[in-house]
Design a protein around this ligand. Structure first.
Ligand SMILES: [Fe+2]
Length: 384
């Protein structure tokens, strides 16, 4: 079997790395920059921090119309701003929604028509052949890792589903990861996004796809979350914990080149049908998916337990996997995340529709234990 391994994203990491931005833009020879972000980050003064950094260096226009779970309309509005202002470089500032909108606008500028032919499941990357302007991603949350990923997720409102556009051309030319931009993130968002990072690393590690390099990165990411998430939640200004969570987030997205699993298949419908934030949805279902996977992935879960810092000496794989599950349950309590679907607005009557969408979600195909629609119902019930 021949494998392709690539890790091409340039990352500029560290407190104060925002000040590298003018030099990064200069390298690209850009004259006119579009900053894509959301109104919350404008109000929080974060967009101004970026604009002030660029003052005197390059003309910058701000588009602040990013919405949570960005829709096609949001992508088109950002693309219009890019086109009408004749910008030659894009900055995506924010969480996954802002960075994905920025990627989508860069793609959309020179790729017209319906989105369906560009979707990941029909090998849409083969259609993404035209020029895409350079993008610099500046994350302000630590969870999605979108800054190092090559896909953008756009919500198709009419069909109530997520559309994934994927192409190496969507990779940012640089990810600027400055932990100082995450210190004002509220505890509940820090907790939920951090659990998304844990889920990426953990699901990637035990997924069936062969990618030992990503596997090693995933274990490192799991260790960083175990050691730093509670610190980042409880003392937001802890720059070391914030930096380590930022790394864990990027490592999660690098490692999920090794694909994800059933937790993400269960989480996506919770967001599209019931507006549960993505990280929170993953956090609630994750320990139940680990128990579900134990019968076929106990030895992988033993490695996970060790990365989480559990004492697995003289323990069987099964016992070690149980320790990993217990650790995740305990972590949810320590970072104050509601641990049941019934606590986040899910009702029993929603479960059949959720399960129907979960089984249609491609992420479970790389789950170590094959899933049926009945399994999806059972997993939602276990987390209910
Ligand atoms: Fe995720």
């Amino acid at each position: 079997m021949i494998s392709n391994f690539s890790f091409p994203t340039r990352m500029v990491f560290g407190p104060g790395s925002l000040y590298q931005l003018p030099a990064l833009i200069k390298e690209q020879g850009a004259k006119n920059v579009l900053l894509i972000t959301d109104s919350g980050l404008v109000q929080a003064g974060m967009a101004d921090r970026v604009l002030n950094t660029l003052k005197g260096h390059v003309e910058t226009i701000c588009f602040d119309g990013v919405e949570p779970n960005p829709t096609e309309a949001c992508m088109e509005a950002a693309t219009d701003a890019l086109r009408s202002n004749q910008c030659d470089l894009v900055i995506g500032l924010g969480g996954g929604s802002a960075i994905d909108t920025a990627k989508a606008a860069c793609f959309r500028l020179n790729h017209t028509g319906p989105l369906a032919p560009y979707e990941i499941q029909v090998d849409g990357h083969l259609q993404i052949t035209n020029d895409v302007p350079p993008l610099i991603a500046i994350p302000t949350t630590s969870g999605t890792g979108s800054e190092v990923g090559r896909s953008a997720v756009i919500t198709n409102k009419e069909e109530g589903r997520k559309v994934v556009i994927y192409s190496p051309k969507l990779l940012p030319i640089a990810a600027l990861c400055d932990p100082e931009l995450t210190t004002s993130l509220p505890p509940h968002i820090t907790a939920a996004t951090g659990m998304d990072a844990l889920t990426h690393n953990l699901e990637a590690y035990i997924s069936t796809t062969f990618h030992p390099i990503c596997g090693a990165i995933a274990l490192g990411g799991i260790r960083l979350v175990a050691e730093n998430l509670e610190r980042a939640v409880k003392s937001g200004a802890d720059i070391e914990a914030r930096g380590n969570m930022m790394l864990a987030s990027s490592m999660g997205a690098i490692s999920f080149q090794k694909d994800l699993g059933v937790a993400h298949a269960l989480a996506h419908p919770l967001s599209t049908l019931a507006d549960v934030p993505h990280g929170l949805a993953n956090a609630i279902v994750l320990p139940h998916t680990m128990t579900f996977n134990k019968s076929v992935a106990a030895s992988g879960l033993k490695d996970v337990a060790q990365a989480l810092g559990c004492d697995t000496d003289n323990k069987t794989d099964d016992e070690s996997a149980d320790l990993a599950v217990a650790f995740v349950h305990d972590l949810l309590a320590r970072v104050d995340i509601p641990n049941r679907l019934s606590l986040v607005g899910i009702t029993q009557d929603l479960i059949p529709a959720l399960a129907q969408q979960a089984i249609a979600d491609a992420n479970h195909r790389s789950n170590p234990r094959p899933c049926t629609e009945t399994d999806m119902v059972d997993l939602y019930q276990a987390a209910f």
